[in-house]
Design a protein around this ligand. Structure first.
Ligand code: G
Ligand code: G
Ligand code: NA
Length: 253
């Protein structure tokens, strides 16, 4: 309860920060994007993990204003990097199911893009299979509205939940993300290797780009390169970084 009341005040007290983890193009080795990951600097407890406070924020509805803050901050930051002459990249943000189901989601994203002057193609939204649960038809309608806006759509945690291939074909997506639980053991576990290469081929046959997350070793990179996975993200390249550190990394590149 104490944590909950602190969370309710965290936005106005400016205790949130976005960290950015690079996403690398497998072929060129270039940084082509970043995933924005929220951090909460609690005044007494220090850094609280999003795995702890995001579910709480979902439960009490705070995820909606926090999610809007995330989208606005990511758009503003990406535009500022472009204006500073850094190579243009796409920044992806995680959406929660409750945020996705808000009636004004599309309007609020459109207005964030407009107020910061960011081209929609430089914003990627990370969706999860849990958003499909209520109604696949509603999900598809909303994806189409987002696609019309010009943002990039990535389906996260693919293969970990309720994934119907017949639905997948009907979703206007741009990217599938292979969960780190599969990537972890690709080099030693034949099943995980098979899942990863199969999801990659499946994605390509549906005209989707495929990204692997949780990449930590040279051997995993070699496997993903061999199986033509398009993009990679993980500690092998960099952990999530504060905005300033991410910008230096991008500049050096
Ligand atoms: O980077 P880290 O391990 O701390 O993130 C843990 C998890 O927290 C992520 O996998 C993601 O699901 C969630 N998360 C991080 N940032 C955000 C955010 O801005 N919005 C939402 N909804 N979830 C986030
Ligand atoms: O599912 P999502 O993309 O939101 O997951 C991001 C989470 O994964 C963050 O908590 C981030 O800190 C963590 N993460 C990023 N790269 C790696 C990695 O290489 N290994 C592990 N174990 N976790 C990672
Ligand atoms: Na994930």
């Amino acid at each position: 309860a104490e944590l909950e009341s602190a969370l309710r005040r965290a936005l106005e007290r400016k205790e949130f920060e976005l960290f950015y983890q690079p996403k690398v193009d497998t072929r060129s080795g270039r940084i082509i994007g970043a995933e924005a990951l929220i951090r909460w600097h609690h005044p007494e407890r220090g850094m609280v993990s999003p795995t702890r406070f995001i579910p709480m924020a979902e439960e009490i509805g705070l995820i909606v204003p926090i999610g809007e803050w995330v989208i606005n901050t990511a758009c503003a930051q990406n535009k500022a990097w472009q204006d500073a002459g850094l190579p243009p990249i796409s920044v992806s943000v995680n959406l929660s199911a409750r945020q996705f189901n808000q009636d004004d989601l599309v309007d609020s994203i459109a207005s964030a893009l407009e107020s910061w002057g960011l081209d929609a193609k430089h914003l990627q939204l990370k969706l999860t299979e849990s958003m499909v649960m209520n109604s696949a038809e509603l999900f598809i309608t909303k994806l189409q509205e987002l696609e019309d806006l010009g943002v990039q759509l990535s389906l996260d945690d693919f293969g970990t939940g309720y994934s119907s291939l017949s639905y997948l074909k009907r979703f206007p997506l741009h990217q599938l993300k292979i969960d780190q639980s599969f990537v972890r053991d690709i080099v030693t576990d034949a099943d995980d290797a098979a899942i990863t290469s199969t999801v990659t081929s499946l994605g390509h046959s549906l005209n989707l780009k495929v990204i692997a997350e949780g990449v930590e070793t040279e051997e995993q990179v070699a496997f993903l390169r061999e199986h033509q996975c398009d993009e990679m993200q993980g500690y092998f390249f960099s952990k999530p970084l504060p905005a300033r550190d991410f910008a230096s990394l991008l500049r050096k590149h």
